[in-house]
Write a new protein. Structure first.
Length: 321
């Protein structure tokens, strides 16, 4: 059993989901996230009933073109049509509580999660990607061939919202592939295959990002606050199910990939912590430094991360030199 798996063990290996996130827990998560911008503070306010208005924001863009501010679902402070309401989200979550991945296998269970998410979002497709050997995001399960094509294109190009959600650990979106400028080569491929809007959220296991959960539409679409928040909840559910599968010590290709992904991310998170503490930089800057060093020395990011953790030198020679 790896160190990563030991960290996940919670004593339950009966093959149930053991997500630790039932409908009541999910409601608290939702309320916490939508009571304010800071998630951890929001969760604390949720425990107290979120009675204080401190830190809460309206559902409009800040003056001067700043980041958008979100209001809670069902808020009367905004006249906005919510595409996904709390009741629909909780019902969707509840439909997955009886998954038995030991009996049916992890792959079919994850397919059910992705199918349920697609239905909730009324999306044209959805899929799950996990990091694999070679440090490439690879699609694990998808609802339709178009979702497979979208994820395979990002796997091949090494860029896009699915990749960005994984690398930065934050939600990424494309409202309109025709207007997207960050990934011109990718968006050409997506438009050719009829994908015009994408929403991607990170999937985390044991506080390490191991992949992304992704949705796509055949028409341009402005993803509203309810869809963004619901996607993050589903990303957390996917991560909880994957974590439970590891603690149940299941066997199979997906479990092996997941174990590799988790060990990989734990090492990278440790290295990021070293750089943040040593150089006073953000987690994102720390990761970008390691990725840059990996590319210039033709080494995997995980190998550079190991050098950082061990206190080795940054002046890395090319691996083939």
């Amino acid at each position: 059993m790896s160190q990563a798996t030991r960290r996940l063990r919670s004593g339950r290996t009966d093959g149930g989901t053991s997500w630790g996130l039932d409908q009541a827990d999910a409601a608290a998560v939702l309320k916490g996230w939508w009571c304010g911008n800071d998630r951890r503070a929001g969760l604390a306010r949720a425990t107290a009933g979120c009675d204080s208005d401190e830190g809460q924001t309206g559902g409009r863009d800040t003056a001067g073109g700043g980041a958008p501010e979100w209001a809670a679902m069902g808020s009367t402070r905004m006249k906005i049509e919510e595409r996904i309401d709390v009741e629909a989200l909780l019902k969707s979550i509840g439909s997955l509580q009886d998954l038995q991945f030991r009996q049916q296998g992890l792959e079919p269970a994850m397919q059910q999660v992705v199918d349920a998410a697609k239905t909730l979002f009324k999306a044209d497709g959805a899929g799950l990607m996990l990091i694999g050997e070679g440090e490439v995001l690879r699609w694990v399960t998808a609802t339709d061939p178009r979702a497979q094509v979208m994820e395979a294109a990002q796997e091949r190009l090494g860029e896009g919202p699915c990749v960005e959600a994984f690398e930065k650990g934050s939600l990424q979106l494309i409202p309109d592939t025709a207007a997207e400028e960050r990934w011109p080569e990718l968006t050409r491929v997506l438009r050719h295959d009829g994908v015009h809007a994408v929403l991607s959220v990170p999937v985390q296991v044991a506080q390490g990002t191991v992949g992304s959960l992704n949705f796509h539409l055949a028409e341009p679409h402005e993803w509203d606050h309810s869809e963004r928040n619901a996607a993050e909840v589903y990303g957390r559910l996917a991560g909880a199910l994957l974590g439970s599968a590891l603690t149940a010590e299941l066997q199979g290709r997906l479990i092996e990939q997941l174990q590799w992904a988790l060990d990989h991310r734990i090492l990278i998170e440790q290295a990021k912590g070293v750089l943040m503490g040593r150089d006073g930089i953000s987690a994102d800057v720390a990761y970008q430094r390691m990725r840059s060093a990996a590319r210039s020395s033709r080494r995997p990011v995980a190998e550079v991360a190991q050098i950082v953790v061990e206190g080795g030198p940054w002046g890395l020679p090319r691996k083939d030199s």
